[in-house]
Design a protein around this ligand. Structure first.
Ligand code: ATP
Ligand code: MG
Length: 179
């Protein structure tokens, strides 16, 4: 379906903001929350105000962003800042999520999108999960004609990027005016 990625990205991020509130205000009612939500974090948004229309499957794309967000929380210390950005180039939208977490060692960086690959097996097992999240994310994004990649410094943090192709809808171009 055709989706305004600006609105949709904000909607997904709002759910992560809400998880925190629910956790704070109704202790004991957190069973439905994902484990990541039990950690404190702040989401900073640098998101274009423009409406950007892309062809995506909403459920599948939400899984991609949910996994990147849950990773950002899971692999960061308590109280970290997560920065979510959305910008456009002439034919792509680029979403990025930056954390201030553990980062990914250089030797592992080319493997984090592989099935079942986890950087530190002992550490990762404690955090829960299967090591499939990013492999599935990659499949979903590439099926949409997009790309997913990561930039990371060990001990400083990581930025995950997702780009999606989009057609610019130029409202000023009225075909009748051109005749
Ligand atoms: P799952 O997503 O299936 O619950 P997972 O989170 O371990 O499990 P992926 O999302 O595929 O699996 O991530 C693969 C591995 O990449 C992780 O186990 C972790 O070692 C590393 N990783 C992913 N995101 C980050 C991040 N933001 N910071 C540091 N390491 C990360
Ligand atoms: Mg994951």
């Amino acid at each position: 379906e055709t989706v305004n990625i600006n609105e949709f990205f904000n909607y997904i991020l709002n759910r992560f903001d809400m998880m925190l509130k629910t956790d704070n205000e109704h202790t004991g009612e957190t069973e439905h929350l994902q484990p990541a939500a039990k950690k404190k974090y702040t989401i900073k948004r640098e998101i274009t105000k423009r409406d950007l229309w892309v062809e995506i499957d909403q459920d599948k794309f939400m899984q991609v962003i949910d996994n990147i967000m849950n990773n950002a929380i899971k692999y960061s210390p308590d109280g970290g800042v997560i920065t979510a950005r959305l910008l456009e180039t002439h034919n792509h939208v680029i979403l990025s999520i930056t954390d201030q977490g553990l980062g990914i060692p250089q030797k592992d960086i080319n493997h984090v999108f592989d099935r079942f690959y986890r950087v530190d097996k002992a550490r990762s097992r404690k955090q829960g999960g299967t090591g499939l999240g990013l492999a599935i994310s990659k499949e979903v994004v590439e099926a949409l004609g997009g790309r997913i990649w990561v930039d990371s410094t060990e001990g400083k943090g990581s930025t995950f990027y997702v780009s999606l192709p989009y057609e610019q809808i130029d409202d000023s171009e009225d075909e009748w005016d051109e005749v």
